[in-house]
Design a protein around this ligand. Structure first.
Ligand SMILES: *Cc1c(COP(=O)(O)O)cnc(C)c1O
Length: 353
């Protein structure tokens, strides 16, 4: 990484909140570290780069994001290894994806080197917040949002960029029940499904709530036109291990191109496995479930890394998956070992500070 080229103003907290945190019981998304990175876009440029105490913002009731969701975000994690070094998993990929998301939403992108420097400085300052117990990490949330106090519809002329962080506990996810969704649509061809943008999640809440009433933890979204092609789960990409072949939907404009999924595919190819990025129909998946050739199915995403699927529901029928999941287990531990520096990192995924 290049040495610092951007001047940051750093305003530290008078008193750290870290002693108020019970690091043995951290609830996801409720505890935030002392500082955040902040910048503004005004007069055609990003400026006011600074680190300041984490805290509430003051915004206009007419704030464009509140009304029209012109915003993008990212999610990634940092770890502390046994030597106390800070390790961040593939932050360059998040920086790149944020540019792609921003362009689709008419948001002036954050240059990748600025993203990396901001993140580096912030993590150095709040290094004490990175938990060290097994399977814990520091969750990092970058966000850019429109900031014009204007309720007319047009791309905002001002924006805010923030990065804030918070420790997260061991995220052990129980194997989940998922429902193939054929009524509602997450993202359509030509839409914004590939962008990490607020509206995609708002639109998914109602169908997810309906499915939860039937006992499903997550949805398998299908394409918006025919509801016949498997897409993703809305917070994670989906992979199916069928007949010794690892199959996932190809990147496209209705699917978020996950970094965890990319890492999984890369490892599988390294191991000489058969990998196919191709469209998988519901018909083919159901036939494979009925024939018993689906060996494993799992989601891939930053939150849980690998989230195993134990049951798939389709049109009122439920299909149980094998409880033995050697591939999902091996992928999880390999990624964990690379993140924590217990195994070599041949693809240069980990940034160490
Ligand atoms: C973030 C996200 C994922 C997972 O991406 P990762 O980079 O692996 O965390 C999958 N789907 C959607 C819709 C997402 O927002």
């Amino acid at each position: 990484m290049s040495s610092s080229t951007i001047d940051f103003d750093i305003k530290e907290v008078a008193q750290s909140k870290i002693n108020e945190v019970d690091f043995n019981h951290i609830e996801f998304g409720k505890v935030y570290s002392d500082h955040m990175f902040a910048a503004e876009y005004e007069d055609g440029e990003w400026k006011n780069f600074r680190i300041e105490p984490y805290g509430d913002l003051s915004i206009s009731p007419a704030n464009a994001t509140l009304h029209y969701a012109q915003s993008v975000f990212e999610g990634l994690k940092a770890y502390k290894d046994d030597q106390g070094a800070i390790r961040i998993f593939r932050p360059d990929a998040n920086a790149k994806r944020m540019v792609i998301s921003a362009e689709r939403m008419c948001i002036p992108p954050i240059p990748e080197d600025l993203f990396m420097e901001a993140l580096t400085e912030l993590l150095k300052l709040d290094a004490a917040w990175i938990p060290t117990r097994p399977d814990t990490s520091l969750y990092i949330r970058p966000v850019i949002f429109a900031n014009d106090p204007y309720v007319g519809i047009r791309p905002s002329m001002t924006y805010k960029f923030l990065i804030f962080t918070g420790p997260v506990g061991a995220y052990y996810s129980e194997p989940v029940n998922v429902k193939i969704e054929k009524k509602y649509t997450r993202a359509a061809s030509g839409g914004v499904g590939f962008a990490k943008t607020a509206g995609n999640y708002a639109a998914s809440l109602y169908p997810a709530m309906e499915a939860l009433k039937e006992g499903y933890h997550q949805l398998i979204w299908t394409d918006g036109k025919e509801h016949e092609y498997i897409e993703e789960a809305g917070t994670m990409n989906l992979l199916f291990y069928i007949n010794d072949t690892l199959i996932t939907a190809p990147a496209g404009d209705s699917i978020l191109n996950g970094i965890t999924k990319d890492s999984v595919l890369t490892l599988a190819r390294d191991w000489g496995m058969k990998v196919e990025e191709r469209r998988l129909t519901v018909t083919e998946l159901i036939a494979a479930l009925e024939a018993g050739t689906v060996q494993e199915a799992f989601g891939a995403g930053t939150a849980a890394t690998i989230s195993k699927i134990k049951m798939i529901g389709n049109e009122g029928k439920q299909y149980q998956l094998p409880t033995e999941t050697p591939l999902a287990d091996k992928l999880f531990s390999e990624l964990d070992d690379i993140k924590m520096g217990r195994k070599p990192d041949p693809h240069g995924w980990v940034f160490t500070l």
